[in-house]
Design a protein around this ligand. Structure first.
Ligand code: PLP
Length: 477
């Protein structure tokens, strides 16, 4: 299995070759040269598999440079019950990513039982083990530099903590994350995790990461890497739970299922698209956005018009507050019939701050053939949905999951099971739960006093030189 760039100019590479890199050399994103396809017989065999077996069945088709025995060890080490039972352990805890039935034909796919209570743990934990493995094989180490407004940074830190060949330098805005999210990151005491709270906003953090990474001499000298959402291994790992959920809610592979996905960078729903391309019988993939509706606009109108970051609204589903959807290019590549030249042309406009319009020439008409539809949810919608879900199903959901449920129900079709992806636990977004229900969500056991734990964080000005000097001082620790 080789990987090709969405812009058609970069050399083909293997899974491990693209693991530690970011963008392809032509500015594109990597995708499998062809999607491996599961036959009806394969699907029948997969129906009885547990999470690890499914992970192996899927990932072994997407890699050819990790020996099977090694891949099995990495999967077994990652997907343990202990790692993914943080949120709750109820009688229905059928191993990893259980499906909760809300009513006939309506389900919640629990993806947030990992260490940081958000779905990003599903892929990030595997990425941590893959990084360690690949670096060990190459005799290298890496310094991961990132900026976070919440979920990504903590998922990365919990995935990389204690890894001897990885250090993480994570910039976060001193104010702007929830107290829970701050405590989750800053209480980590591992020597290889460096929290830098920046006196500024998220965009300042991101600008500093860009400036440091664009300094190629600095980047090389200190072996800087990233774990952003365009990382192919993260997308690949997210394909697994679409299969797991499909088998959980159907009896027969002739049935179709729809998935509703709270979306920001289009990574999660992109994995659903890939699951479908690999043969999973998906009816619709429902892209749910919040007030930052770049994606909804595209799927309604055919116009993709990324916003400038100053136009991004701060909402009560903050992990979906994005101005451009970095994984969207992967879908457009498939939509154009894998025409790298066309994609490069479309993104020439995007990269210069422009937009593109696929209404002319028939491309937009093809979107429905891929089963993608969309909708949008507002603050009032998510509060109402949290309330309704609690009253009707005695199930407490977070704000992002509420966006997904609200939009999912708008597209629900009788006779086709609808699976809504739960992307975080309500404990991470307490204030919105209080606003919706007048009460605090329960904390998972062991996290009750998170905010009282000692903190390991360096507070710094939004000063590129000072932060580069800090990294230089600690990059070899
Ligand atoms: C990251 C995140 C999302 C958005 O996922 P994408 O893959 O970026 O589309 C949605 N909800 C939560 C809670 C998240 O952390």
């Amino acid at each position: 299995m080789k990987y090709i760039s969405t812009r058609g100019q970069a050399p083909k590479q293997s899974f491990l070759e693209i693991l530690l890199g970011g963008l392809a050399s032509d500015g594109g994103l990597y995708l499998p040269e062809t999607y491996p396809r599961f036959s009806g017989e394969d699907l029948m065999a997969m129906r009885g598999m547990d999470y690890r077996q499914l992970a192996f069945a899927i990932l072994s088709r997407l890699t050819d440079d990790i020996p099977a025995a090694d891949l099995q060890v990495l999967i077994d080490k990652t997907y343990t019950r202990a790692t993914y039972s943080h949120g709750r352990v109820d009688s229905d805890f059928s191993h990893i990513t259980p499906v909760r039935r809300l009513e006939a034909g309506l389900y919640l796919l629990e993806l947030s039982n990992g260490p940081t209570l958000a779905f990003k743990d599903m892929a990030m934990q595997l990425l941590g083990n893959l990084f360690e493995y690949a670096l060990e094989r190459a005799g290298q180490d890496i310094n991961i530099l990132g900026a976070t407004s919440g979920d990504t940074g903590s998922a990365a830190e919990y995935a990389m903590r204690g890894k001897h060949n990885v250090r993480v330098f994570m910039l976060s805005p001193e104010q702007g994350m929830t107290p829970f999210q701050q405590a989750q990151m800053y209480s980590l005491q591992d020597a290889n995790i460096f929290n830098i709270a920046v006196r500024g906003v998220f965009d300042d953090c991101q600008d500093i990461v860009k400036a440091a990474s664009n300094d190629l001499a600095f980047k090389q000298k200190y072996r800087l890497g990233a774990v952003n959402s365009i990382n192919w291994a993260r997308v690949a790992a997210q394909v697994i739970y679409y299969f797991k959920a499909y088998f959980a809610v159907t009896r027969d592979n002739g049935e179709k299922v729809s998935f509703s996905v709270p979306s920001g960078n289009f990574g999660n729903v992109c994995a659903g698209h890939i699951a479908r391309m690999m043969g999973l019988p998906i009816h619709q993939l429902i892209v749910a956005t919040n007030e930052n509706d770049v994606l909804d606009e595209f799927f309604r109108t055919g116009v993709y018009r990324p916003r400038r970051s100053v136009e991004t609204l701060h909402t009560s589903s903050p992990s979906m507050d994005i101005s451009k959807a970095s994984n969207f290019e992967r879908f457009i590549f498939d939509l154009t019939g894998r025409n790298g030249e066309r994609v490069a042309e479309l993104w020439r406009a995007v990269d210069q701050g422009g937009s593109f319009d696929l209404r002319h020439g028939g491309l937009f008409d093809q979107v429905s053939a891929f089963g993608l539809v969309s909708g949008k949810s507002t603050h009032a919608d998510r509060l109402a949905t949290i309330r309704a879900c609690w009253e009707r199903y005695a199930t407490l959901i977070d704000t992002h999951t509420a966006d997904g449920l609200k939009v999912g129900l708008e597209h629900r079709v009788p006779g086709i099971p609808l699976v809504c992806l739960e992307t975080a636990l309500p404990a991470k977004f307490e204030d919105s739960i209080v606003e919706a229900l007048g009460r605090r969500p329960e904390r998972p056991a062991g996290l009750e006093d998170l905010e009282a734990l000692p903190r390991r964080v360096e507070v710094m000005d939004a000063d590129v030189q000072a932060i580069k000097a800090y990294i230089a001082r600690h990059a070899n620790d």
